[in-house]
Design a binder for this molecule. Structure first.
Ligand SMILES: NC(=O)c1ccc[n+]([C@@H]2O[C@H](COP(=O)([O-])OP(=O)(O)OC[C@H]3O[C@@H](n4cnc5c(N)ncnc54)[C@H](O)[C@@H]3O)[C@@H](O)[C@H]2O)c1
Length: 325
């Protein structure tokens, strides 16, 4: 509880917009901001987000939550939600289509959508704009641990479109003296993550193990992921909303290194499943190793509360078990 209070935005901001509020990280952030006592507008076009992600908070804090269906590329519709908003947490992104079906849509949402939000935030005097980006903007790591000074040379359409969004955020900080900060997430996991084909590996494995289905690993399973629990990511958002440097970017990675093989074994054990682990061909472009520096965010005062992977994994598993068990 003490940990939570350290990051509380109670008394600092009154009203927040969370874009992508019905998505995985967004809905966890909406819940936390409501718990802090803020009024929250969740903006989501429900292309990937789900109404059920906000059901519990609607019941608890319905009078302070406005959950709207709005596309961030539609500036006119978007504008009605600005006016007396203090802080924007921009979590919405297009990634359903990553490099696959419609990369131009990625660009439209991740770059032009961000631009719309920045203009509205500037014109209505938003005090802080927290923009969510991704470690994918670095491209192939030239050195480990990768810190925020690493060159940005994304190798995917997704990474390019997210970098374009980041660059607009920096430009607005520079041109209009706007208080913006950028967060670069890595592999976030936790309750409410999509467990469909476009979801995270932990959600997919949990669902399969709970249903006692076989688990498929692409490659030999030794590839490493740098997992960060969603509650830590939520608190990073809140800390940066208070203290993040103008135009600064922060890596959001716990530093935990877990192999895909380990995850599959731990999850089947938690489920008590007899699922088999099957191996398929590597996915093209898969990255085999990660080592990410989080020095900058810890220098800002952040303390990771979930450095015990098993603790976060169990909480996550329990949530999926309620949904699919
Ligand atoms: N989850 C991760 O591991 C991870 C890693 C790196 C970066 N990120 C970044 O974190 C942010 C949140 O990701 P997430 O994992 O919660 O994804 P998510 O897909 O669960 O959430 C994104 C939300 O944005 C909404 N959205 C998409 N297009 C929209 C549009 N045009 N208008 C309004 N809403 C729209 C979707 O419906 C969805 O609810 C994204 O910006 C993503 O790039 C996430």
């Amino acid at each position: 509880m003490e940990m939570e209070n350290k990051y509380s935005l109670n008394g600092i901001y009154k009203k927040a917009i969370v874009t992508g509020g019905a998505g995985f990280v967004g809905s966890n952030l909406v819940a936390s901001l409501l718990e802090d006592g803020l009024e929250v507008i969740s903006i989501d076009d429900y292309s990937a987000g789900k109404e059920r992600n906000l059901e519990d908070v609607k019941e608890r804090f319905g009078d302070r939550l406005q959950a709207v269906n709005c596309d961030i590329t539609d500036k006119e519709s978007l504008s009605q939600y600005f006016g007396d908003v203090d802080v924007v947490f921009h979590q919405a992104c297009s990634k359903m289509t990553i490099c696959l079906k419609d990369p131009l849509r990625d660009l439209e949402v991740n770059a032009a959508g961000t631009f719309n939000l920045l203009e509205l935030a500037r014109d209505t005097g938003v005090k802080k704009f927290v923009h969510v980006s991704t470690g994918s903007v670095y491209g192939i790591a030239q050195y480990f641990p990768t810190d925020e000074k690493h060159p940005v040379n994304p190798t995917s359409y997704y990474g390019v479109s997210k970098l374009a969004g980041e660059k607009y955020v920096r430009a607005f900080a520079h041109l209009y003296d706007m208080n913006t900060s950028i967060l670069r997430y890595y592999h976030v996991y936790g309750p409410k993550q999509d467990s469909g084909d476009y979801g995270g590996v932990i959600g997919i494995f949990c669902k399969q193990a709970i249903k006692n289905e076989d688990l498929t690993i692409f490659g030999d399973g030794t590839q490493i992921r740098s997992f960060t629990y969603v509650k830590d990511v939520v608190n990073i958002n809140k800390l940066v909303a208070k203290k993040g440097g103008q135009g600064e970017a922060y890596n959001c990675a716990s530093g935990l290194k877990v192999s895909i093989n380990d995850i599959a074994t731990k999850i089947t054990a938690l489920a008590g499943a007899t699922s088999e682990i099957r191996y398929a061909d590597w996915k093209p472009g898969d990255i085999k190793d990660f080592e990410v520096s989080h020095q900058k965010i810890t220098d800002l005062g952040f303390e990771f509360n979930y450095l015990d992977f098993d603790k976060g994994l169990e909480q996550t598993f329990n949530w999926y078990n309620k949904v699919f068990g």
